[in-house]
Design a protein around this ligand. Sequence first.
Ligand SMILES: [Zn+2]
Length: 174
Amino acid sequence: MTMQQQQYPRTSGLAIASLVTGLLGLGLVAVICGHIALSQIKKSAGALTGKGMAVTGLVVGYVTIALVMLLMVPMLFIGARAWKKGSDRAGCIMYQRNVQQAVRTYEVANRLKPGARIDWGKVTLPTGTSLTQPCPAGGAYVISETIPSVGDMVVECPHAGVPDKHEPADHHDW
Ligand SMILES: [Zn+2]
């Protein structure tokens, strides 16, 4: 008998690592360790044991990864919806400000007073802005026909109230 044949089989360290990391919830580490352990055990021709632990670590690791992914999908949806809501609001308020500024410029240039009728043909709106465009979140704007008093908005969004709050936070001097 040679020395090698006399050695007892020893347990694969990676198989133990796979089981332990799997139970700790480190899915990816468990899967990687489990795969390497299984391949080393196979090549060792009996010198390494721990196949059961490696397989358990692998299964637990894959289940953990699957659960994490299942949890992440709805979170991504919630995140995307929140982002869309914020960007709709920002776009809407920018539109309201653009129209308001255009009307104030028109008011000053024509020496008009609040309450005077707006001749929209003479109001210069920024490029890409039109009176007929809807709010980014949907719904038509209500556009005043007369010049509003300072602090009043010429454009009103159907989402002006809560929860969307499509109204500039502070427009008392607009
Ligand atoms: Zn809006």
